[in-house]
Ligand binder design. Structure first.
Ligand code: C2G
Length: 132
């Protein structure tokens, strides 16, 4: 069984996230998603609209996702990969190169991001609509 892992905040879930999760799952048989806790988001200087519990509920309902684990910090990936016997680590290419150190433990794949959608774009557009 080929196991894949990816990480993220996945706030205000949108088709860009779904495209990433579908392509990641298509690379193997089992996809684990490390979802950032609210505390880790604070470290990433990100404020998610949905809290951790609710972002986890949404991710677990996505057909491509087999398991969701908490991402509490930058330093858990090697342990996660070893403990879960991961074959492939996948991230969008806005992270290109940033996780190459994981190549000692599994394949590392950066996938093209989906254009014209992002959680911050959603927030900005909604703010503009409210204030035009
Ligand atoms: N993504 C994408 N296309 C978009 C938006 C996001 O492919 N239009 C991808 C990102 O590249 C990432 C995943 O979807 O691989 C989740 O995106 P975020 O929730 O923004 O994740 P991020 O905050 O970058 O957290 O340790 C890694 C970090 O937790 C990644």
């Amino acid at each position: 069984m080929k196991k894949v892992i990816t990480y993220g905040t996945f706030d205000l879930i949108h088709w860009g996230h779904i495209n990433l999760l579908r392509r990641a799952k298509d690379m193997g048989d089992y996809l684990i998603v490390g979802i950032s806790t609210d505390e880790f988001n604070a470290i990433k200087d990100k404020k998610a609209y949905y809290n951790f519990e609710n972002r986890k509920i949404i991710l677990e309902a996505i057909r491509y996702v087999d398991e969701v684990i908490p991402e509490i910090g930058w330093n858990q990936k090697i342990d996660d990969i070893i403990k879960n016997e991961i074959d492939i680590f996948v991230m969008g290419d806005d992270w290109k190169g940033k996780f190459d150190f994981l190549k000692d433990y599994c394949d590392v794949v950066y996938l093209p991001r989906t254009n014209d959608i992002s959680t911050s774009k959603i927030k900005d557009d909604l703010y503009r609509v409210q204030n035009d």
